[in-house]
Design a binder for this molecule. Structure first.
Ligand code: G6P
Length: 612
């Protein structure tokens, strides 16, 4: 969701701001803009088109300046429209960009109207620009002429989650930022400093990163960085050198980031599992052994694809570690009356570690008395990782495509190891079983290469899928969540309506939809439920439905009239979901390509959902 870049420099900073926005495009947006100080005036360009269009506009108008802020907007208050796009100005003096939601913007807007401020947009953001203008310019204001102090005073009045970056036209060389609930980092370069939603935005330009804490307000000038904490005390925050991962925003030989990320999965799994010689609670942080020994259940909270990795883990946790497990969509859990159990281990799963609903669900669980919390997350510096007692970091690398792929399979590997660690603590993992599980985990990257080699066969199927408007996905047991994930992938990027069902439920509803026009994708590993699944396949075939079956090599399901089969190289036991999801990712990807959709940035969706 919304991306922020701000800069003070001794060179024209517009190209760097635009490049920063381009790298933040993956977060999802529907309009964008940039503003700079030039000759003591604010100059601005905005568009409801792509960052490339904004760049063309800035080049055509010759927009340039040493101090600026830029933004990609994902509409919440007010439709995607140039007038609602950021930066927002106040009095032609203040320029501001904002990510998040100001919950009390309505009373603040009334208050500002009463003293003569007018509003051009329907956004909550404009309120903040005017409040800062008032604090900065009003003769009666105690913070008059001091932008840093003005922003500190104004943030005290804001409710909600936000990150902002702001400058004043009469103070070139100064940008002030604040974060509360939405991500914002400071990046330090040579004779320049930046604010950005993530370090990737300026990777390669500035690699010393300061991760701001909740409630921090920061002032950037060419002389340095000053930070005040939530209590308005000056604080020092460590600057860490972060490896330039600009390479992760390069496509290389791929057409889209999603394709690149699907093919990166062997590497991502290898990195996530690297150095793991044995299964131990310590993989999840010091103190985990004691926590694991004392828990009696697991409560998993997550959204989207991460929720489906939790659903898969429930099967493992209950069958292997014999521990009762509940999986909840975070946005439901946070508002539902539940029965807290302080002996439960609360596991939040999140690629970004900044999804607002998952974060709020974690805090809600803690407020209810849950003491043991664990994050499975792909971003080491995220708020979720900072706020949990225990953690496992997946090493998928930056994921750019909105539709999550490598983050999902690495989450599954992490959750499988959590299962094994809990089983071990509970005396349910023999040495042999542990050794076998580790061998299988280590062999995963090679096994994934075998599955990726199926791409040409999947491309052939996708041409047929591209003409459809509906699809049904079936799976059973451990592979039911994989069917759910396959349907989610297809709908989010190809816009084909897709639903997933546990195959045993077929006769209780979805069979009514089955006609020749309904492709039915079936996840058919060679497991204990295969014979049951074969009966479900016949039920579909008898109604004229067309089946697309992903089977294991040793499965006796043959291609025949109305049934097409692609065989995965081998059956992989408990880890089979990690292999079976990959052809579903490829099917969604190639179907979307055949339909010509914007694969990496599907309409209306965002990568990191930082608002409720
Ligand atoms: C958005 C993304 C999904 C992702 C979900 C949860 O909806 O488009 O790909 O699965 O958020 O994100 P998280 O970062 O918490 O895993």
């Amino acid at each position: 969701m919304c991306g922020i870049v701000g800069a003070v420099s001794t060179r024209n900073i517009v190209p760097v701001l635009i490049e920063g926005l381009r790298r933040l495009e993956y977060r999802g947006y529907d309009s964008c803009g940039v503003a700079v100080v030039r000759d003591d005036a604010v100059e601005r360009a905005r568009t409801v088109s792509r960052v490339a269009d904004l760049e063309a506009q800035t080049q055509a108008s010759g927009l340039s300046g040493f101090t600026g802020v830029a933004h990609t907007r994902w509409a919440t208050h007010g439709k995607p429209d140039t007038v609602n796009a950021h930066p927002h100005l106040s009095g032609e003096t203040i320029a501001l960009v904002h990510n998040g939601i100001i919950e009390n913007y309505e009373p603040l807007r009334e208050e500002l109207r009463a003293v003569g401020y007018g509003f051009e947009s329907q956004t909550d953001t404009e309120v903040v620009a005017h409040l800062i203008h008032q604090a900065y310019t009003y003769p009666s204001s105690a913070t008059r002429g001091d932008l840093f102090a003005s922003v500190r005073a104004v943030t005290k009045r804001l409710h909600g989650a936000y990150a902002i970056a702001v400058f004043a036209k009469d103070q070139p060389g100064r940008v002030v930022g604040a974060r509360a609930g939405s991500p914002l980092v400071v990046a330090l370069g040579e004779n320049e400093a930046f604010l950005a939603s993530d370090a990737l935005a300026v990777a390669g330009t500035a690699n010393r990163i300061i991760y701001l804490e909740e409630g921090d307000v920061v002032e950037l000038t060419l002389d340095g960085v000053t930070i005040h904490d939530v209590d308005d005390h000056p604080v020092e925050r460590e600057a860490r050198v972060v490896e330039a991962h600009a390479a992760s925003v390069e496509l290389g030989p791929y057409r889209h980031f999603m394709q690149k990320e699907i093919f990166e999965q062997p590497r991502a799994l290898g990195d996530t599992l690297e150095g793991i010689e044995s299964i131990s609670p310590e993989l999840f942080g010091s103190g985990a052994a004691e926590v694991f020994a004392g828990i009696d259940s697991v409560l998993i909270l997550a959204c989207g694809t991460s929720y489906y990795s939790g659903c898969t883990a429930k099967y493992w946790l209950e069958s292997i570690a014999r521990i009762p497990t509940q999986v909840e969509v975070a946005s439901e859990y946070r508002y539902r009356e539940t029965v807290p159990n302080p002996r439960a281990l609360v596991v939040v799963i999140s690629q970004s570690g900044e999804t607002a609903d998952t974060m709020a669900a974690l805090r809600h669980a803690r407020a209810l008395g849950h003491v043991h919390t664990l994050a499975v997350c792909n971003v080491a510096t995220s708020a979720m990782v900072r706020e949990t007692e225990l953690r496992f970091l997946t090493r998928a690398g930056t994921e750019i495509g909105v539709a999550s792929t490598k983050a999902f399979t690495t989450q599954l590997a992490a959750l499988y190891m959590l299962t094994l660690a809990l089983a071990k603590v509970r005396g349910l993992l023999t040495e042999d079983a542990e050794a076998k599980a580790l061998t299988n985990l280590r062999h995963l990257p090679a096994a994934l290469h075998g599955v990726l080699a199926l791409e040409p066969q999947i491309i052939a199927w996708s041409e047929d899928f591209a003409r459809r408007e509906n699809a049904l996905f079936l799976g059973r047991g451990l592979h039911y969540p994989i069917a759910l994930e396959g349907a989610l992938k297809l709908k989010e990027i190809s816009y084909i309506h897709a639903e997933a069902y546990p195959a045993g439920e077929l006769k209780h509803g979805p069979l009514a939809l089955v006609t020749e026009a309904m492709p039915v994708v079936t996840v058919a590993p060679n497991d204990a439920l295969l014979e049951k699944l074969k009966s479900n396949i016949q039920e579909v075939r008898a109604r004229g439905g067309r089946l697309y079956v992903f089977a294991d090599s040793d499965t006796q399901i043959q291609s025949s009239d109305g049934i097409q089969v692609i065989r995965l190289p081998e059956h992989y036991g408990d880890l089979s979901p990690i292999l079976h999801v990959v052809p579903l990712q490829l099917l969604a990807y190639h179907t979307a390509c055949a339909r010509g959709t914007d694969v990496d940035k599907p309409r209306n969706l965002a990568k990191s959902v930082t608002v409720e």
